[in-house]
Structures are given as structure tokens and as C-alpha cells.
Write a protein that binds this ligand. Structure first.
Ligand SMILES: [Fe+2]
Length: 220
């Protein structure tokens, strides 16, 4: 039987704060996608083979789009894809809006967009079954934080608990930063190790987040 997950993922660690940037390659067509522009092109270009089709943006916090101009200049035909509110970074190039539950076919790969506001209002997770690219919404060991101007704890709770943790538990997350004890993890295992993923309700989540913030060590 032909496998349905015929792609490869290369993770590149770098950027401003242990960022993960990803290159996803369709094994059948050679089409490539990069996820975020958080690592300088010179560290990534050796892995790009000439069929770079799209850049998927998880959200527009500065570290995730830090090197966008380098990529736009080097790959002028690359499509930039993200939430409609991320379009501010468009720079006049072709930008495709995605919101909740939209399918994106690139090569033979089908990405599903999931709008997950909370950490930031324009956050999008991209599901490429059985993988979920979570940006800063969900890390190994915890959720994202809600400390910027367009953050919302209520939205984060809804996004994480009602849109992500309801997905099949064997889905493996690939987050936007290397903050955990390992680079990737399944949803089931993440719930087991994460105090912030065990809340009973919004109020409980709020208390757990307050406790996390008051005891958090920088860089964790
Ligand atoms: Fe962020």
C-alpha cells in the first residue's frame, strides 16, 4: 500500500531564542515548505533543493519572521501563507490567507490550518498528519505564554484545550522553540508531563499559568 505520510522534516535550531525552523519536503514531488523564517538563510540554504514552494507563518512575533526578507529575496516565487492578520508582513509578495480548518495542498502533502489565538492573536498551527506544527501555542512540557499585547489567556485555553488536545493523542508536535526536555513529543505524552495541560477548567488553567509565571526561570 502506498504510504500516506510520504514526507521528511528537517529541524534547524537557531534564531533569537532556541527557535526551531522546519523544512518539510514532499518525497514524491520534491516540493519544499519552510515553516517560519526564524533562522538565517545561510544556515538553511544547504537543505533547500530548488523547489521551495511556500513559507508557512505560525505567527508574527518578531523572532519568527526575523529573516523573512532574506527568504523573500532569495525565493521570489515562494508563496507566504498565514493568518489574515499576518498579512502585514507581506511586503507586496503573494500572500495566501488561512484561517480555521483550511486545507493547503503543496506537492502531495496536505496541511490543515488551525487558528489558535491566545499566545498571539494571529497564531496558526499546521497539521500534516500525524504531525502538528504548533508555533508558540504549545511546546514540549507547557503551553505558550500570554504576555504580549495581543495575547489572551481565555483564547489560549480555548485553543489548546478545545482545538489541539482534542486531536488524536498519537499526533506528534513540532514546536516553535526548543524549550522542553526533547525536541518533539506526542500529545498524550505531553499531557502526562505538563502541569499546564492538566487543567480542569479555565479558572484552574489561570491558576496554573499564574503559578508557572511566578516560578519560571528565564529561558525555560
Ligand atoms: Fe511568539
Amino acid at each position: 500500500m502506498t504510504p500516506t505520510t510520504d514526507f521528511s522534516i528537517r529541524s534547524i535550531l537557531g534564531g533569537y531564542d532556541k527557535n526551531f525552523m522546519y523544512i518539510i519536503t514532499c518525497s514524491r514531488t520534491g516540493a519544499q515548505v519552510i515553516l517560519d523564517a526564524s533562522v538565517e538563510l545561510r544556515h538553511v540554504s544547504q537543505f533547500i533543493r530548488g523547489r521551495l514552494t511556500a513559507l508557512l507563518i505560525t505567527h508574527t512575533h518578531g523572532d519568527h519572521i526575523a529573516y523573512l526578507d532574506q527568504y523573500l529575496e532569495a525565493f521570489p516565487n515562494m508563496m507566504v501563507i498565514g493568518h489574515p492578520d499576518s498579512n502585514q508582513i507581506n511586503r507586496g509578495k503573494s500572500f495566501k490567507n488561512v484561517n480555521q480548518n483550511q486545507s493547503l495542498k503543496i506537492g502531495e502533502m496536505t496541511f490543515l490550518s488551525i487558528h489558535t489565538p491566545g499566545h498571539y492573536y494571529d497564531s496558526i498551527c499546521y497539521q500534516l498528519d500525524p504531525i502538528l506544527f504548533t508555533g508558540d501555542t504549545l511546546f514540549v512540557g507547557r503551553t505558550g505564554r500570554v504576555i504580549s499585547a495581543k495575547s489572551s489567556l481565555e483564547d489560549l485555553y480555548d485553543s489548546v484545550y478545545n482545538k489541539l488536545l482534542t486531536l488524536p493523542e498519537n499526533i506528534r508536535i513540532y514546536p516553535g522553540h526548543d524549550y522542553g526536555e526533547k525536541p518533539t513529543i506526542t500529545l498524550a505524552e505531553n499531557i502526562k508531563i505538563s502541569h499546564l495541560l492538566q487543567a480542569k477548567n479555565l479558572k484552574d488553567f489561570q491558576q496554573r499559568m499564574d503559578e508557572f509565571e511566578s516560578t519560571r526561570k528565564p529561558g525555560s
